[in-house]
Design a protein. Structure first.
Length: 331
């Protein structure tokens, strides 16, 4: 029988899982709102340390994978992971049908959510400085705008597995960035609905490839991205601003099946309501996050306090811990 605290962690995991299925909202933000942000960071550090220790050439480290795994708080991770999985399964039963039946309204909601998410990098960078930063925003905007306008790769009705794995690896990197959503990137790649359908239909091959891609991205890409956040954080946030703005192209409510932009229909102004609702939801979650979390010291600050050992690879978001937990949880 589940203890009271296990039920609480199960509910926390469910809240994070629901948010992870919605483009424009970061699971890390919800983890902070429900009060387990720092604990997931610590758990993610042990999971990442164990995974990296298994790589060729990683011998000689101070801690073995078995020792890292012994440090895990299973009383936290197991119910959180279970809650996430159950929430994703439940969302996958509802969201695909809603998107297929109401594509314009669904995209309007997502458009409002992602547009509001632009506040995250702007809150970190403040005003853009000089021609270089403006140029970075323009280049990132143009590149993302072009990519998000490409027709979806469907083939025989199922995305290529190589694309699924690559998208999962990139989505893991997105989870490390403040305010970035892995579901949002899947939507840009045209894999949001196929991934939800795969979960809904328990397509084990698709889920396995997605999980493998997530682990590969975690081990191979996240460390490099974290280094960039440590040494070039402002530049990365400036680029992220352009990426978010450019990706709004993929969320334009009126599109054809090949992602071609269409003119708004006569009742276009009704779509302002779901867009405003999506933006209000994101801004509300951000406000709660700031109130609950308060200011957090950034890496490289001059506080004089050393970084806790083992937290360097997951300093910025518990998304790494969440995706690893999900990936290693048996279906």
């Amino acid at each position: 029988m589940l203890s009271r605290m296990s039920v609480v962690h199960l509910a926390r995991g469910a809240a994070i899982g629901v948010v992870e299925t919605i483009p424009g909202v970061s699971g890390g933000t919800m983890a902070l709102v429900v009060g387990i942000y720092e604990r997931l960071i610590a758990q993610g550090a042990h999971l990442v340390g164990a995974a990296r220790a298994l790589l060729p050439g990683a011998a000689g480290g101070d801690v073995t994978p078995r020792e890292e795994l012994r440090r895990l708080d299973r009383g936290l991770l197991v119910p959180v992971a279970l809650g996430m999985v159950l929430a994703v399964l439940a969302a996958s039963q509802v969201l695909p049908g809603l998107i297929e039946d109401h594509p314009v309204g669904a995209r309007a909601v997502f458009l409002g959510m992602v547009a509001a998410s632009v506040v995250v990098p702007l809150r970190i960078t403040g005003r853009l400085r000089g021609l270089r930063e403006w140029a970075l925003v323009v280049v990132a905007f143009a590149a993302t705008f072009a990519v998000s306008g490409l027709p979806p790769v469907v083939g025989d009705g199922r995305p290529p597995m190589l694309l699924v794995g690559l998208a999962a690896a990139v989505a893991v990197c997105a989870l490390v960035l403040p305010g970035f959503s892995g579901s949002f990137l899947l939507l840009v790649f045209g894999l949001y609905e196929p991934t939800l359908r795969a979960v809904r239909d328990l397509d084990l091959a698709y889920i396995a490839v997605f999980g493998l891609g997530a682990v590969v991205g975690l081990v191979s890409f996240v460390s490099a991205l974290t280094w960039l956040l440590e040494h070039h954080r402002r530049t990365l946030m400036v680029i992220m601003t352009g990426v978010l703005l450019g990706a709004l192209r993929a969320l334009w409510p009126w599109q054809d099946d090949a992602r071609g932009v269409l003119a708004p229909d006569p009742g276009w102004w009704w779509m302002l309501l779901p867009a405003a609702a999506g933006a209000a939801l994101v801004l509300t979650i951000m406000a709660v996050e700031r109130r609950v979390g308060g200011p957090r010291p950034q890496r490289g600050s001059h506080s004089g306090r050393p970084e806790p050992r083992g937290t360097s690879t997951v300093r910025y978001s518990p998304g790494v811990a969440l995706i690893v937990t999900w990936s290693v949880t048996p279906w």
